[in-house]
Design a protein around this ligand. Sequence first.
Ligand code: PLP
Length: 377
Amino acid sequence: MGELPPYLFARIDQMKAAKIQSGTDVIDLGVGDPDLPTPPHIVEALCTAAHDPKNHHYPSYAGMDAYRAAVSGWYKKRFGVTLDPGKEVLALMGSKDGIAHIPEAFVNPGDYVLAPSPGYPVYRTSTLFAEGKVYEMPLRQERQFLPDLDAIPADVVRSARLMFLNYPNNPTSAITLPGFFEEAVDFATDHDLIIVHDNAYSEIAYDGYTAPSFLATPGAMEIAVEMHSLSKTYNMTGWRIGMACGNAEILAGLGRVKTNVDSGVFDAVQRAAINALSGPQDCIREACRIYQERRDVLVSGLRELGHSVEPPRATFYVWMKVEDSLQFASRLLDEAGIVVTPGIGFGAGGEGYVRFALTRPSERIREAVDRLREISP
Ligand SMILES: *Cc1c(COP(=O)(O)O)cnc(C)c1O
């Protein structure tokens, strides 16, 4: 327990609460939770399913056949990836569930896990729960925020069991580049390690960009699983539903851990998720249009204030260079009532940056820019 950092987002919530208590109108561009509602047809499907007593029992551990078939159908249509719904799809209570439990299946005490830094904090903490050691792969701007696999020390690689990757990336908003996934598959194959690709943001993309599945990379099905989720795609963060897809043996290991921890996802939620994955997809386009408008307001505002910042092609984050991430974030909260996430909260590699989330309306983002202008030196 001593090695676990306090979950940064919980601490920011406390600071934010204190600020609100003191009467400040806080603009929260911190946590990555969509402000847009779940599309109505998905909510309707939940209501209908909740009324049906058939859905009131313990769900199956791996997920309903119909849910896994819907995931498989969606992967085929969206990514061109063929998945056997019986063996290559597992229901999750959100992708965090899969990320948090997979090291228990494959990491022995002292084994290394390779995790991007900055990165989603759970890659690190799930490794610590399994008594593994974390090797932080720095994501640097000059390498387009892709890790340098050749720079990982040989002794670390030798005892590494698992590598986490995440593109489109939180928090840097970077996308993968041609050849990188292929390089990662070769690396994992050569060094006998598992790749866990976190694809939570595949649908949040702009300017014509379409994110791939890692599983579409030749050879990936032999060594990888992909964690995915309906959270960001359909504004369903509170519903807790996702999927792990890919290599059947790796999924069996994860499934074995999970049967001993949880008892599956509420069937009514799975029914609603089937509706989301198989129903009309224009809600995603609409959400992306809204995020893109917000992105443009924020990026042009920040640029006017002299910050150097790139408009992201995916995710709903803007990753901006600053001097000292904690100091910058606390100054923004204190002097302007704006919450942003300090990069250091995502690991040592995040120092020198802050993350803005585009999860507030354009008017609020415009107001945030106005407040920034007033406190700018
Ligand atoms: C939001 C997020 C997740 C977790 O989402 P779930 O709601 O658990 O599906 C996983 N990875 C990254 C990088 C995220 O930003």
